[in-house]
Design a protein around this ligand. Structure first.
Ligand SMILES: [Zn+2]
Length: 358
C-alpha cells in the first residue's frame, strides 16, 4: 500500500468494526484521570442512548425464549438496523465516513477503497490531535493554568489523553496510531543533533511519537501492545507507561476540575468555526477537512467538557505555512490547510520540502 506508515501493521490500523454494546462498559474502563469526569460524561450520554436501544434487544430475546413466540425476522432486522445506526454515534466514526465521501484522489495517484480509508483516518487523526493540542494551549491561557515543564509537552499530553480516554472506538484508535505514525515520519526529516531542533519549544518528533505510544499503551497495555512493539518500544518502557498515563491524565484532571461541565449542567462555552478560502491546489484537502466535520467534532467535545470563560474562534484557512496555533490575543485556534496537506502528503509518502511545527 502507498504511504510511509511506519507502524501500520497494527491490529487497530484498519478498523472495519463498528460500535456495539461495548460502549456499555465505558464506565468500567481501566485508568482514572479524565475518564472519571467530563470526558466520560460526553461518552456516557452516548452509552445511555445505547442502553435505551439495547433494551428492546434484551426484551425481545427474553420474550422469544418464553412467552412471546411472534418475534419475526423483520423485527430483528429492524433492531439490528437501529443498532447499526447507533454504531455511527461516535463523532470520529461519523467524520471518518464523511471524510471518505469527501475524498479526492490526487491527480496521477491511485488509491483503493482501503487505502482511501487509511489516508482519511490518518489525516483526520492528526488534525484531531492537533486541534486538541491547540485547544489545550487555549486552556492554559484562558484558565490561567500553571504549567510545570514544557508547555508543548503538557498540551501534547492533554491531546493524547483526551483521545485515548474514551470507550472502544476503532476509528479513534486508528487515528491515535496515525498520530504516532506521523511523528515518526516527521522525525525522519529532522536532525536531532542540530541546535535548532534541540532548542525548540517542542520535543523532537520521534519523542512525541513515543509519547503518543506511551499514553496509548499506558491506558490500555493489551490493546496497544502490538502498536508499541511495532514502534520498537521495549517491554520495560511499555510497563512503565501506565505511570506516565496516570500522571498525565491525573494532572490534567486536577487542573480542569473547577472548569468541567458538570453532570446535568449546560456548557456555557461557545466555539465558532470559520473556513477560509483554500489557496490554489488546496481544494481537495480543504474539502476533506471541512466536509468530514472533524473540526466541529473536536470543538463539540471541548464544549461538552469545559466551560471556557470567553467565546473561542476556530479558523481553518490558508496561512502559507504548515502550522496550527493558538492566539491568546483574539482567543482563536488557527489550523492551516498547509498542515493538513502535510499530513496527507505523509500518508501518501510524498516528501516535504521543509518541516513545520505546530
Ligand atoms: Zn503547541
Amino acid at each position: 500500500m502507498a504511504g510511509h506508515h511506519a507502524i501500520e501493521a497494527t491490529p487497530v490500523n484498519r478498523p472495519h468494526g463498528r460500535y456495539t454494546q461495548d460502549v456499555l462498559y465505558a464506565a468500567t474502563r481501566p485508568g482514572g484521570g479524565l475518564s472519571g469526569t467530563g470526558i466520560t460524561m460526553v461518552w456516557l450520554l452516548r452509552a445511555l442512548l445505547t442502553v435505551t436501544l439495547a433494551w428492546p434487544v434484551l426484551g425481545h430475546t427474553a420474550f422469544a425464549e418464553d412467552s412471546e413466540p411472534d418475534v419475526t425476522d423483520e423485527d430483528i432486522e429492524e433492531i439490528d438496523a437501529a443498532a447499526a445506526d447507533q454504531s455511527a454515534a461516535s463523532p470520529y466514526e461519523i467524520a471518518r465516513e464523511k471524510g471518505v465521501k469527501a475524498w479526492t484522489t490526487p491527480p496521477g495517484a491511485k488509491a483503493t477503497p482501503e487505502e482511501i480509508d487509511d489516508h482519511v483516518l490518518y489525516v483526520l487523526g492528526n488534525v484531531t490531535n492537533t486541534m486538541f493540542h491547540e485547544f489545550a494551549h487555549g486552556l492554559v491561557s484562558e484558565l490561567e493554568l500553571p504549567v510545570l515543564g514544557k508547555e508543548e509537552d503538557a498540551v501534547d499530553a492533554f491531546a493524547n489523553v483526551v483521545m485515548v480516554n474514551h470507550d472502544d472506538d476503532p476509528a479513534l484508535d486508528a487515528m491515535m496510531v496515525a498520530v504516532a505514525d506521523d511523528y515518526f515520519t516527521a522525525g525522519q526529516y529532522e536532525d536531532g543533533n542540530s541546535a535548532d531542533m534541540q532548542m525548540d519549544e517542542h520535543s523532537m518528533s520521534a519523542q512525541r511519537a513515543f509519547s503518543v505510544i506511551c499514553i496509548l499503551v499506558g491506558a490500555d497495555p493489551e490493546k496497544f501492545k502490538q502498536a508499541a512493539d511495532n514502534a520498537g518500544m521495549s517491554p520495560e518502557r511499555q510497563a512503565s507507561c501506565s505511570a506516565d498515563y496516570e500522571q498525565a491524565a491525573g494532572a490534567w484532571d486536577k487542573m480542569l476540575s473547577d472548569h468541567y461541565v458538570k453532570d446535568g449542567e449546560k456548557s456555557t462555552s461557545k466555539i465558532t468555526v470559520v473556513y477560509g478560502k483554500p489557496a490554489k491546489g488546496q481544494e481537495a484537502i480543504a474539502k476533506l477537512v471541512k466536509e468530514s466535520g472533524i473540526v466541529e467534532a473536536v470543538s463539540e467535545q471541548m464544549i461538552g467538557l469545559i466551560k471556557f470563560p470567553n467565546p473561542i474562534k476556530v479558523k481553518v484557512e490558508a496561512c502559507d505555512d504548515d502550522n496550527a496555533f493558538w492566539s491568546p490575543e483574539d482567543r482563536s485556534v488557527t489550523l492551516c490547510y498547509e498542515l493538513a496537506q502535510g499530513y496527507l502528503n505523509n500518508s501518501l509518502g510524498i516528501e516535504p520540502d521543509d518541516s513545520g511545527e505546530e
